[in-house]
Design a binder for this molecule. Structure first.
Ligand SMILES: [Zn+2]
Length: 315
């Protein structure tokens, strides 16, 4: 089968071994996949990744448990052992022995076929298109903010880093009724936010220390510094960023301002699917380009351009 492999160099292999489903797994035929910033960070050296990339996808089940065959599915990316103390507590996303699809120790979805635990699968409702389903994984990550931080409708929330994930976070937080402001650097970002009636401002237009919650989706140390400028004393910074390298930060300001810093990663797929089915979140406007699988290396180069939104790949 075809697979996008990274092992220091990035290439599309055409005779990569097709996986087989073992007990508890289904074999998935990948229909469409999305390129995430995490993919670009892995290619840049984050986690010393080696293998088949890709973790945002929609697929069809082609073998495994008969009750799943033919189902159109999305898949949670953390594959848990089901036995460790975190799994026993119902927190498989922090399984001590987890692998992560296309990120750590598990084959990714930029491939014709992938085997995945049936426990990770979610059926996609008919009303949700393939394009929309590719956004379930990052949209679930946006919903995870609400799991970690109560956001009141009286709050002012600022999202820094208006890329693909930031756009989803701003739309999800808007559902709480809170005042949401996206910090923009480009006209395209402002236009999208205005389309959803979300306020768009440049960092220079915002007063310091006026936000109850700041969500950092930048992936840069400058983004965390901006979040520290914008958050109120005793406010909260929610970190959605992962970084290659070790960013510097002025932690004295965290102590003096009594700022809470909360890390946030993968989230509830069910909530993301419900939001897409009900039309509560617009993901279609975030599609910037689509490529056939044979041109996936060019697709990755396109996705790496500054300000690029979602690039989809038809597998
Ligand atoms: Zn476990």
């Amino acid at each position: 089968m075809r697979a996008l492999v990274f092992d220091g160099t990035l290439r599309l292999e055409r005779s990569y071994p097709t996986p087989e489903a073992s007990a508890g797994e289904a074999l998935l035929k990948i229909r469409r996949a999305g390129i995430c910033n995490t993919d670009l960070e892995l290619i840049a050296g984050y986690l010393d990744f080696s293998g088949v990339l890709g973790h945002e996808f929609v697929a069809e089940v082609v073998s495994g448990d008969p009750s799943w065959i033919g189902a159109r599915v999305v898949g949670e990316i953390n594959v848990a052992d089901g036995t460790c103390d975190f799994c026993q507590k119902g927190i498989p996303s922090h399984c001590r022995n987890r692998t992560v699809v296309g990120i750590a120790g598990h084959q990714g979805a930029f491939s014709d076929y992938m085997a995945l635990n049936i426990a990770n699968l979610h059926r996609v409702p008919d009303r949700v298109t393939d394009d929309q389903a590719v956004f379930v994984e990052p949209l679930a990550a946006a919903f995870q903010i609400l799991e970690a931080q109560h956001i009141s409708p009286r709050n002012r929330v600022i999202v820094v880093g208006m890329g693909k994930l930031g756009m989803l976070c701003a739309q999800v937080i808007r559902l709480t009724g809170a005042e949401v402001i996206g910090v923009v650097r480009r006209e395209k970002q402002a236009r999208l936010l205005n389309q959803w009636h979300i306020q768009a401002e440049a960092k220079t237009e915002l007063s310091f220390a006026q936000a109850d919650v700041v969500v950092d989706c930048t992936g840069t140390q400058e983004g965390f510094a901006d979040a520290l400028d914008l958050v109120k004393p005793r406010g909260t910074i929610v970190l959605k960023s992962t970084y290659k390298g070790l960013p510097q930060a002025n932690l004295s300001r965290v102590a003096v301002g009594e700022i809470r810093v909360i890390g946030s990663r993968c989230g509830p797929f069910d909530a993301a699917l419900r939001a897409l089915e009900a039309g509560l979140v617009d993901v279609d406007s975030l599609v910037e380009a689509r490529y056939p699988f044979d041109q996936i290396v060019q697709a990755v180069q396109h996705a790496a351009q500054q300000g690029c939104l979602k690039v989809l790949v038809d597998i």
